[in-house]
Design a protein around this ligand. Structure first.
Ligand code: IMP
Length: 343
């Protein structure tokens, strides 16, 4: 009855024999349905303290895709999308790939239609509990009307949830409930599954919707673990929060350090600002240090993931998934695994 569930910090990858001489031999490319090709398997989360047109452009330039958040009017979201296209610096490249998020009530279908008309290459059905009849119905409706548009849906924590959305037609599924750095779902509701475990479960399915590991990714090491256990790509909020491209004022704390706000979309602060009231309280609002350009963070991320693959002796994510060998570490191992000179 009580199934053990592992988190990123519970596991490590055993280093394997490698013939990789430089990181450039490693290819991080992944092809998702509807011609969405990522050179870096990373999505930027649809959150109002993460996503902006300049973040969409920066993430696309690094090889990933940004998802514009839905906490604004349809017109404002379309304007963000159009601005993202204008920021593409190399005119010869194809139009920036940007996704837009929608909900499942009210004007979600009109929102999706407006985003697609304006050039969005994917729609993300963005719901906290994605293993839900309304999400399934929304995915079916979107996929039947827009068969050529990538439809991402979530979030789910279990293989049953993943398969329900895949069977509804989702091209990719956000996997992870309660693991986000600003998330209090597990505290408020008692529900969730450590995200590493959720990915492991979903990867055993015979469905082919892409698995997007979402929530709780702190480092490129966590990204490598997520990919190795079966994710096709990851989604990050915290890692891109606090960059120049993340929306929000720069504030200085009492010690004079420059910071920005990073908050959950189910936090009272975010809901209050968007709707003028809050109905649920499953997220928190915090400040994070100002980190400079998103390109710098994405560059380090790319390098770290490539190094990760070379430690497993593989040149692609598919090879990583076939060759990865995990060990479970003890609490003493966890201490040894983080820098501990200050202990
Ligand atoms: P992070 O990368 O660990 O910061 O997690 C980002 C992810 O947290 C997002 O992609 C969402 O799936 C999730 N998330 C965003 N806002 C909230 C919230 O208010 N409560 C719970 N989860 C959230």
């Amino acid at each position: 009855m009580f199934k053990k569930a592992l988190s990123y910090d519970d596991v490590l990858l055993r280093p394997r024999y490698s013939e990789i001489v430089t990181r450039s031999e490693v290819n991080l490319g992944v092809k998702l349905a509807e011609k969405v090709h990522l050179a870096l398997p990373v999505f930027a989360a649809p959150m109002d303290t993460v996503m902006s047109p300049s973040m969409a452009a920066a993430v696309f330039q690094a090889g990933g895709v940004g998802i514009l958040h839905r906490y604004c009017t349809i017109e404002e979201q379309v304007e963000m999308l159009e601005t993202s296209f204008l920021l593409m610096p190399l005119q010869a490249r194809p139009k920036t790939i940007v996704f837009g998020a929608v909900g499942i009530t009210g004007n979600y279908f009109e929102r999706a239609s407006a985003l697609i008309d304006a050039g969005a290459r994917g729609i993300c059905v963005d719901v906290a509990h994605g293993h839900h009849i309304n999400v399934i119905e929304a995915v079916k409706k979107l996929k039947s009307k827009f068969p050529d548009v990538h439809v991402m849906a979530g979030n789910v924590a279990t293989q049953e949830g993943y398969e329900a959305l895949a069977d509804a037609g989702a091209d990719s599924v956000r996997v992870g409930v309660g693991g986000g750095s600003i998330c209090s779902t597990r505290i408020q509701t008692g529900h969730g599954v450590p995200t590493f475990q959720s990915i492991l479960e979903c990867s055993r399915s015979d469905r082919d919707a892409a698995i997007i590991a979402d929530g709780g990714i702190k480092s490129s090491g966590d990204i490598v673990k997520a990919l190795a256990v079966g994710a096709d790509a990851v989604m990050v909020g915290r890692m891109l929060a606090g960059t120049n491209e993340a929306p929000g004022e720069v504030i200085h704390n009492t010690a004079g350090f420059a910071q920005k706000v990073y908050r959950g979309m189910a936090s009272p602060e975010a809901q209050q600002e968007w709707r003028g009231k809050y109905s649920s309280n499953e997220g928190v609002s915090r400040t994070v240090p100002l980190k400079g350009a998103a390109a710098g963070i994405l560059f380090e991320m790319d390098k770290g993931i490539r190094s990760g693959l070379s430690y497993s002796g593989v040149r692609s994510i598919i090879e990583l998934q076939a060759r990865a060998c995990f060990v479970v570490q003890t609490s003493a191992g966890r201490v040894e695994s983080s820098t501990h000179i200050d202990l």
